[in-house]
Design a protein around this ligand. Structure first.
Ligand SMILES: Nc1ncnc2c1ncn2[C@@H]1O[C@H](COP(=O)(O)OP(=O)(O)OP(=O)(O)O)[C@@H](O)[C@H]1O
Ligand SMILES: [Mg+2]
Length: 243
């Protein structure tokens, strides 16, 4: 099983959106690879947990497995068992990929999640302020890597980008990342109403009607390409590790 954490200590950078889009695209057996996907909802806003719950209430099928939600952890004061929980889940081997949606602060769950992750995806908006804070997340990953004496691979991704053109800000961020030799996924998630409507209606992109989200087909295409880019990145990391 492969563990992908989605994290950035800055709030509102598109972590939960990225987690959900990636999970549903990877689980899609028609347009995607049809993987067995699980999400660990470590975001206190519990958007993913509520999405799953709303689907049960509406009689819709579950698209991915929900490991356990954050409130349980917090209520029980059980942050120390976070890693046990991940380890138990990995041992159960019921999923091909586990996606951890982290909260937008650098709490100790961030470090614990990283200690069990094969890849950290760091979403950031294409603005220079976001880029500076995202660099903190990569620094954190490097510190955790040293602490646990294991490499933690991370990759940046730009979220909610302009679909029609690459803005000046985006160009600057891309150039800065390249100069600093920091990895960036080749596909970005565009700013699309459908990515928000997924949460509003507790639906996958495919389930959204034209009335609920205009331009959903474009969002589906974007999601499929994004998930494929993540898969390619993971495969390359695996090849490098094997070499
Ligand atoms: N690709 C996108 N298209 C349209 N809206 C987006 C996109 N990505 C993020 N957003 C919007 O930006 C806001 C923040 O996104 P999201 O909740 O995914 O961020 P987050 O990093 O998980 O936030 P938090 O730190 O609070 O957990 C939300 O209103 C979301 O709908
Ligand atoms: Mg979130």
């Amino acid at each position: 099983m492969y563990v992908v954490a989605i994290g950035n200590q800055k709030g509102g950078t598109g972590k939960t959106t990225t987690a959900m889009v990636l999970a549903t695209a990877l689980a899609d057996p028609v347009r995607g690879p049809g993987m067995r996907v699980a999400i660990l909802d470590a975001d206190p806003s519990e958007h993913v947990t509520r999405w799953c719950r709303a689907r049960v209430e509406a009689g819709r099928s579950q698209v991915f497995e929900l490991v356990k939600h954050y409130r349980y952890e917090r209520r029980e004061g059980l942050t120390s068992v976070f890693t046990d929980m991940v380890d138990d889940f990995m041992d159960a081997d019921s999923a091909d990929v586990l996606i951890i949606d982290l909260e937008g602060t650098g709490n100790d769950i961030f470090g614990k999640a990283l200690s069990r992750s094969d890849l950290l995806i760091i979403p950031m908006q294409a603005s220079s302020m976001d880029a500076r804070l995202a660099a903190k997340a990569s620094g954190f990953a490097n510190r955790v890597a040293r602490e646990f004496r294991r490499p933690i691979n991370y990759v940046f991704t730009l979220s909610a980008t302009n679909a029609a053109m690459i803005t000046r800000e985006e160009k600057i961020i891309r150039a800065e990342l390249e100069t600093a030799n920091e990895p960036l996924l080749p596909v970005t998630l565009n700013k699309r109403a459908a990515f928000q409507a997924m949460f509003t209606y507790a639906k996958t992109l495919e389930e959204l009607t034209e009335e609920e989200a205009r331009g959903a087909p474009k969002a589906i295409e974007n999601a499929v390409e994004f998930a494929a880019a993540v898969t390619t990145h993971i495969n390359r990391l695996n090849e490098e590790e094997a070499a």
